[in-house]
Design a protein around this ligand. Structure first.
Ligand code: PEP
Ligand code: MN
Length: 255
């Protein structure tokens, strides 16, 4: 495990995973994730994202498949030789997830959960840390420091948009934050197009802007049948839309 963790971080640092982290908002069933994984693998994507624990605004909404979802992600990533990215919401799940998942995501709502960050800092995992929805750049970097101070320097910074008065996008993607993160830290930076925009029609130009500002990678949600998705139905690309995005941006890592 130690070796795999080290390998993953070195691949990330060297840009060997290509530009994309993609997959559904949530793992909903074995078939749904397998369809997405097979499609993305064929495209050359290497990092598969899918949530098993979903931090939903309403407790009535789908909360994710939990441990069953983690097992599905693990099995599919093993079968398709993909690397997994999934959110950890609760420190009590760390032991269970640590052996099964490659990259642990800290969601926007947990960026200020310092006890979670400290525990992740004691592991060897690569952590994808998302910016809090109302957090300043300084608070974001301090959250990364909570992980690094404990000894784990493997942190990826993810800009996912912040809350502003603007409602045409779900959040406002802070492009200058991407450039400043590259200036002020030596950490890889990811731009989350789906959760910042909350819409699909401007994903490609905003992807290009993110890369121009210095983003190392882009994250986006892909679902075989978005209209039936149990979360974030509006913003997930279907497979055809992903193809158009992928070709439009020349994202094929194998070229
Ligand atoms: C996610 O990436 O699955 C997610 C819930 O995003 P955020 O924490 O940025 O809202
Ligand atoms: Mn989502």
């Amino acid at each position: 495990m130690t070796e795999k963790n080290t390998e993953i971080w070195s691949q990330i640092k060297n840009g060997n995973f290509g530009k994309l982290i993609a997959g559904p908002c949530a793992v909903e069933s074995y078939t749904q994730l397998e369809k997405t994984a097979a499609f993305l693998k064929e495209k050359g994507v290497q990092l598969l994202r899918a949530g098993a624990y979903k931090p939903r605004t309403s407790p009535e909404s789908f909360q994710g498949l939990g441990r069953e979802g983690i097992k599905i992600i693990q099995d599919i990533c093993r079968r398709y030789s993909l690397f997994s990215v999934t959110e950890i919401m609760d420190v009590r799940e760390l032991e269970y997830m640590e052996e099964k998942i490659d990259i642990l995501q800290v969601g926007s709502r947990n960026m200020h959960n310092y006890s979670l960050l400290k525990e992740l800092g004691k592991t060897e995992k690569t952590i994808l840390l998302k910016r809090g929805l109302m957090s300043t750049l300084e608070e974001f970097i301090c959250a990364a420091d909570y992980i690094r101070t404990e000894g784990n320097h493997r942190v990826i910074m993810c800009e996912r948009g912040i809350r502003t008065f603007e409602t045409v996008t779900r959040n406002t993607l802070d492009i200058s934050c991407i450039a400043l993160l590259k200036l002020q830290t030596d950490l890889p930076v990811v731009s989350d197009l789906s959760h910042s925009l909350g819409r699909k029609d401007i994903m490609l130009p905003v992807a290009k802007a993110s890369l121009a500002a210095g983003a190392d990678m882009l994250m986006l949600e892909v679902h075989p049948n978005p209209s039936a998705a149990l979360s974030d139905a509006k913003q997930q690309l279907n497979l055809e839309e992903f193809n158009a995005f992928y070709e439009g941006g020349n994202f094929d890592a194998r070229i």
